[in-house]
Design a protein around this ligand. Structure first.
Ligand code: ADP
Length: 287
């Protein structure tokens, strides 16, 4: 009898152990499933956000292309008659030389025409400027050129202008003229933003947007960009200036994209704005 009881007890003991092991492995599997579910969930969220970001970029690209096409059409139509007006205005200004007020008026018309020609040029540049003709270029030379070209504005406002040494030796694979133009736009904006006696720096960015790109950062100690405007400042014709065209940053964006680079804008923790232009680094063998 006792042997029979013992046998039943042992069987019960084994069954309990098996059940416990089963429950344990069930819990383990459930826990692992939960973890995989959470990982999958966060991966799906990340991919969805990426997709939404790409959708926004695509939509923005479509809008910009349509806007660019329309703007280019208008600019072309304006350019020819404007050329004629400019020609006659300069002949008139020449004829009226020495005729006091009349000469001043003709010169004012001429200045207005030149201003319009610059805007038309900006629109055409924005609407699909020439393909970049890339080659090896020194980043420090491009930065120094931007400093030299904007020196009169900097002097007028007594702005402290610094060109960091970290750009020395940095070589870019770019269309030098286009990147100079983009950097000059950023520097002129920074000079517009700072107050009298303010400061503007150009330096190499420490981070990389992605492998193969180097960043040139333009920073200022102005008021920075209101957060609600941060995603609109690259839109063509967006301006907060009385005499602005809102095309400067659109052109920078266009040039960066045409190079396979990018442009970013952030507010500095200490105040002011930082724009970083990422350009392909020269990959050839240095001579
Ligand atoms: P524009 O200079 O003709 O206004 P941009 O496209 O160059 O056109 O600039 C668009 C807007 O971005 C400016 O009007 C200004 O509001 C803002 N912005 C650009 N650079 C800066 C800066 N360094 N600091 C603050 N705001 C800036």
């Amino acid at each position: 009898m006792s042997a029979g009881l013992l046998q039943r007890g042992e069987t019960g003991f084994h069954q309990d152990n098996d059940l416990a092991a089963l429950i344990l492995s069930f819990n383990d599997v459930t826990e692992r499933l939960k973890q995989s579910h959470e990982t999958l969930g966060s991966e799906v969220r990340r991919l969805r956000e990426q997709l939404e970001e790409k959708d926004r970029e695509l939509e923005r690209g479509r809008r910009l292309a349509a806007l660019g096409e329309m703007a280019a059409g208008v600019a072309h139509e304006i350019r020819n008659p404007l050329g004629g007006i400019g020609l006659y205005a300069s002949l008139l200004a020449k004829d009226l030389r020495g005729d006091g007020e009349k000469h001043v008026t003709a010169e004012r018309i001429l200045a207005g025409v030149k201003n319009l020609e610059a805007i038309v040029g900006d629109i055409l540049m924005f609407a699909g400027g020439a393909e970049p003709r890339c080659g090896r270029a020194a980043a420090s030379k491009i930065a120094e050129e931007a400093v030299a070209l904007s020196a009169p504005q900097a002097r007028m406002k007594r702005v402290r202008f610094e060109c960091g040494a970290s750009l020395q030796g940095v070589e870019l694979d770019c269309d030098e003229r286009q990147i100079s133009r983009a950097l000059l736009n950023l520097v002129l904006n920074a000079l517009d933003a700072v107050g009298a006696g303010g400061a503007v720096w150009i330096d190499a960015a420490m981070d990389r947007a992605s492998e193969g790109l180097v960043g040139i950062a333009v920073e200022d100690d102005g008021p920075g960009i209101p957060p609600e405007q941060l995603d609109r400042i690259f839109n063509p014709f967006f301006t907060t200036k009385d005499t602005g065209t809102g095309l400067g940053l659109g052109i920078v964006h266009r040039i960066a994209e045409a190079h396979g680079g990018r442009i970013t804008a952030v507010n500095r923790p200490g105040g002011g704005a930082r724009f970083t232009l990422y350009v392909p680094q020269w990959q050839g063998t240095p001579k």
